[in-house]
Design a protein. Structure first.
Lengths: 247, 402
């Protein structure tokens, strides 16, 4: 099991943000996290990313206890935040070079992968500008890119694709599928049920800090394959041949 | 559906009152006290200076007070103008004003009205100057000065805002059917594209070197970290130059030490500013322990201490007094201790840099006060603060943002 969450509990005063949440994500699996505003999705992901210690419960990443051995656990994970924060004065490329060095990645390989990801997500040409000048969509793309640069064993996406333009969203979905096909586990939180429906193998529904239901893909059926008519029309209008875009 | 014409004046008045209340609430009580104490200190100092000046020259030298108050009113107006110019500069954070169905002139009036209260900063010292004239300058004249000051301050604030608007208008281009105010507000709302930096250096030399390189980059790029580097550089330079000043040989080393300590405190403040620039979700989700972060920040503290000590050695060499010597090793040790204290607080209180800065300031103030009473007590307190803050370092991984 790549991610094992057991009895995770967190309280804001008297209010239970998370109440004994238990959840597993297997290697190669993309698990969706659905829930209304305030259900505890972001709190859960922040705890799994090691940003916030729980009041009770454990998080294991590849059998490594996150709060007993945080460095070993964090080597294995990537986190794309809902509200990304950066070193605002650094350029996007300088920021990724810093992350690659801290994570001990091969500099040449990391630089090549970053260039490829920049181009695919539509950030090429803006990589030497300070992040402070980036739009919301560009910031979300950079956060996603930083989370997948090192090909993590566990990827946490907290509404990470919201704000992406259509080609970048399609590319990101394909990247997530490729990561999962390579054995990574993905925990994908979103308000957009359509994105979860298309992408995820399983959906965990969180409500008032509790897991109320787990749905297997068979329970919601198979979404129509390929691009929607609107997506196809939009891509043609912006000059991206639909045939080149992954379904 | 529009049922009645909106009362814009009342709506803007309500907004301005709410903004004022929000800004006041945003200043912490301790900070309010600190600001009030500083203003009181400044006013008291001004009061005595003016009192002496007015008393030493003949009676009816009220024009001195009037001139000083007039200058203060103009300074208040200039302050408003500067604030208003910043608000009208491209890329200023503001609501999408032009999307509202309001005449642009009303919007600009509102912006000017919220810039003008800044002029009130000039009122406190002006009152101190007028108070200095009580019993020396005739009461009627003082009342006239007070009234005149109020009028001049109001006019200066309006003039400052008008000048800022004029400058902003110069940045716009004529557009048919578009009035001057709309053009200025449209330019203010336009985002500014940041200057490009050089190509990134992709290196595989580990987390420690990456952190050091990143800190150095942040110190060079425009931002808070670069701004906080100015005080230690200025005080450091002064601590060297003071050796060449015409000061009694016995006093010069004391002044140089005081300046060096201020530079060391500046280095510690810069280290706290570096920690403040670390984005919490990024740093905490990286496979990093406190050792790397602490090590890099202490490296900067050590570099600062060595530079300041070397500056003292250079200053003593430059001194015209043949027997001038600087306590180089002692200076380095104290500067290092202050820098490491800054690093410890920055890391153990991360991401609350404001708390780190305040506790650092209190620790240093207590050490200095203790030093003035019993010389070695200050150093003992500094060492105690250093050890106490170091004990909390291993808890870094468990501390949280709340």
């Amino acid at each position: 099991m790549t991610l094992r969450i057991q009895g995770l509990t967190y309280r804001y005063g008297a209010l239970f943000a998370l109440d004994g949440v238990a959840l597993d994500v297997k290697p190669g699996e993309i698990v969706g996290l659905l829930g209304p505003n305030g259900a505890g999705k972001s709190t859960l992901l922040r705890m799994v990313a090691g940003l916030q210690p729980p009041d009770a419960g454990t998080v294991h990443v590849d059998d490594v206890d996150l709060w007993r051995d945080p460095i070993a656990a964090k080597r294995r994970l990537g986190f794309a935040s809902e509200h990304p924060e950066f070193y605002e004065e650094l350029s996007a490329e300088q920021y990724l070079a810093f992350l690659a060095a801290v994570r001990g990645l091969d500099p040449q390989a990391a630089a090549g992968r970053a260039r490829e990801l920049f181009a695919s997500l539509g950030l090429a040409g803006r990589t030497d500008e300070p992040v402070r000048g980036f739009s919301n969509g560009m910031r979300k793309k950079l956060s996603f890119l930083a989370a997948i640069l090192h090909r993590p064993r566990l990827l946490l996406c907290d509404e990470a694709l919201e704000g992406f333009d259509a080609p970048a969203a399609l590319y990101a979905r394909e990247t997530l599928r490729a990561l999962a096909a390579g054995g990574a586990a993905v925990l994908f939180s979103s308000h957009v049920t359509e994105a979860v429906e298309r992408l995820c193998d399983r959906v965990v529904v969180l409500h008032r800090g509790r897991v109320v239901r787990t749905l297997a893909r068979a329970e919601w059926g198979v979404p129509s394959p390929g691009l929607t008519t609107l997506e196809r029309a939009f891509l043609e209008l912006i000059g991206v041949p639909a045939a080149e875009v992954p379904a | 559906m529009l049922e009645h014409a909106p009362d814009l004046a009342a709506a803007f008045a309500r907004l301005e009152r709410s903004l004022l209340r929000r800004r006041w609430a945003a200043i912490e009580p301790v900070l309010r006290f600190e600001i009030a104490a500083l203003v009181a200190f400044l006013c008291a100092s001004l009061f005595w200076r003016m009192r002496l000046r007015l008393g030493s020259i003949a009676f009816a030298h009220g024009p001195w007070a009037a001139a000083a108050d007039g200058a203060l009113a103009l300074a208040g107006g200039a302050l408003c103008g500067a604030r208003h110019a910043l608000r009208l500069a491209p890329g200023s954070p503001a609501p999408p004003w032009l999307a509202l169905p309001i005449p642009p002139v009303e919007i600009h009036r509102h912006l000017a009205r919220t810039s003008q209260p800044l002029a009130l900063w000039a009122a406190a010292p002006a009152v101190a100057i007028l108070a200095a004239g009580v019993g020396i300058v005739p009461g009627v004249a003082l009342l006239a000065f007070a009234g005149g000051f109020g009028i001049v301050l109001d006019r200066a604030a309006r003039l400052g805002c008008a000048a800022a608007f004029g400058l902003a208008l110069l940045r716009t281009e004529p557009h048919p059917g578009c009035d001057a105010t709309t053009r200025v507000l449209a330019v203010a709302a336009r985002p500014v594209r940041a200057a490009r930096s050089g190509a990134a250096r992709w290196r595989g030399d580990g987390a420690f070197a990456a952190f050091l390189r990143k800190d150095a980059l942040l110190a060079r790029r425009p931002g808070a970290a670069r701004g906080r580097l100015v005080p230690p550089l200025v005080f450091g330079a002064l601590s060297v130059l003071v050796w060449t000043a015409p000061i009694a040989p016995g006093a010069v080393s004391t002044v140089a030490l005081a300046l060096t300590l201020m530079a060391a405190a500046g280095v510690a403040g810069w280290i706290v500013a570096l920690a403040a620039s670390d984005p919490f979700p990024v740093v905490r989700s990286l496979p990093l322990g406190p050792g790397v972060v602490w090590g890099t920040r202490v490296t900067w503290a050590a570099l600062g201490a060595v530079t300041l000590a070397a500056g003292q050695a250079l200053g003593a060499d430059l001194s015209p007094a043949p027997s001038a010597t600087a306590p180089v090793a002692g200076t380095a040790l104290v500067a290092l201790a202050i820098g490491v204290l800054g690093a410890n607080y920055a890391i153990t209180l991360f991401p609350r840099a404001d708390h780190a800065e305040r506790i650092l300031g209190i620790a240093l103030a207590i050490s200095i006060t203790a030093s003035l009473m019993i010389y070695y007590l200050g150093w003992a307190l500094l060492l105690a603060a250093l050890l106490h803050s170091a004990r909390r370092l291993p808890r870094w991984a468990r501390s949280e943002a709340a």
